[in-house]
Design a protein around this ligand. Sequence first.
Ligand code: WTA
Length: 569
Amino acid sequence: MKVLQPKTTSHQLENYEATKENFDWNQVKEAFSWHKTGQVNLAYEAIDRHVNEGLGNKPALLYSDAERDETYTFRQLKDLSNQAGNMLKDLGVEKGDRVFIFMPRSPELYVSLLGTIKIGAVVGPLFEAFMKDAVKARLEDSESKVLVTTPDLLPRVPLDELPHLEKVVVVGNELPDGEKFVSYFDKMKAASKESAVEWVDLEDGLILHYTSGSTGKPKGVYHVHNSMLQHYQTAKWVLDLKEDDTYWCTADPGWVTGTSYGIFGPWLNGVTNVVRGGRFSPQDWYETLEKYKVTVWYSAPTAFRMLMAADPNIKEMYDLSSVRHILSVGEPLNPEVVRWGVEAFDRRIHDTWWMTETGAMLICNYPGEPIKPGSMGKPFPGVEAAIINDHGEELPPNEMGNLAVKAGWPSMMRKVWKNEEKFNEYFAIDGWYVSGDTAYRDEEGYFWFQGRNDDVINTAGERVGPFEIESKLVEHRAVAEAGVIGKPDPVRGHIIKAFISLRDGYTQDDELIDEIKQFIKKELSAHAMPREIEFKEKLPKTRSGKIMRRVLKAWELGEPVGDLSTMDD
Ligand code: WTA
């Protein structure tokens, strides 16, 4: 196997092996003002601190979409987030309350999110593609008090069914009738720029990201301010951010990458952050890299594969020479993609591994270190990762097992919201956080991803739970039973495939397939929509009535179905 050697070693992690030996998270604390003052707030550290240290005029946010093109300095973000915080306080939001934000990427999203964190409330970002049921499930579970959203998305918020939701801040020119609605722009204009910062404890709530498992409803993964230690340090050593970088993370803040590394990591390091609104197109992305002279770029395998599949002439139209460091997360990064990166950008793409639950990167490829294409890299200094069997015993090199991490890294989730049992399930094997991924480690300590050991589907880098889709499918009048699996796909990693048995009186045809797809798209979200539907007379089930997704998968892949002793005849 070819190992890709670095071209330069001008990175901040001077030597991985040496750093790993001497690393102590306590040293990272010195980077923050609370180390001296004892006063903690992540939003203060990410924005206000830089203004107080003389960086007020430095661009913090470079935002553009098809209609807007705006720059915000750290000072402007400080003022705006104070206003947003004061607005929320005025609406009755207190420390620990949940404020959800449901809108497409825009400066107002970033300002509202910072404002929420500033006042010690817990922010919950919701991806703009969510439809009514998905929105309701999350607002209901979190008992969100205030929601910030746009007029376009309002029809998907079932206000009457959400008794805890007291106010809806509408980011738009028109305000609907109703006591709960307030206008973002009016309230912001009236709000004071005086500091809205509430000091919190390092263990106080920061953010709730809902994510999917293989069973049950989406879980609220709860993170605390202490995470900033790891956001900051991984952004420094893995993203390799330096003062004069222009950084672009393509992820939406509805997902954890879009907050940990689309907001916290870069701004805690005082780095200029690019946000591009709107939808993906190769042209648009290359244009963004060129326009802002992006130096560090964090994206995902699906996006790289789409760029790879696009007409190579498109890329030739742009000057991409500013890009010095490229990284990837969210799905396995294929060796072909790493090779493409070298060809197309003369840069190695650095894979990173982590999860919503881990809050920040845990296993990474480091600038200045050799890369083995196809490997996720090595554990971050101060992180103890291992391959264990189901009894918690560490496995020798090259043996596949559970990818696990010793509990206690700074950005580890602290709760699953209102579900202690689910939280404890992650830590059931003594003191290990068990990720649900399978992997092996080679003799040199590099980790290699092998797959999930549950039914969670990773489609285009987005994590989807089959249960949520199956539950929705059976609400369709024609559907008797449904089982959902991920089917391998060259561009998206996996696509969602649904096996369906129909109720009596319905017949399978293209029209019905289309109707069922649209049903999921409308009720749940576009990314949860099965791209393929196959009808079956009966679905394989256990005697207790659980759909056996494992059998569906074997059918799909033409593999042996294995042990069927628990199957109902
Ligand atoms: C998968 C995204 C292979 C994995 C930050 C994990 C990866 C899940 C990689 C978490 C990688 C993430 N290589 N697979 N480098 N990074 N995954 O919570 O299965 O949306 O458990 O967090 O994505 O997805 P999540």
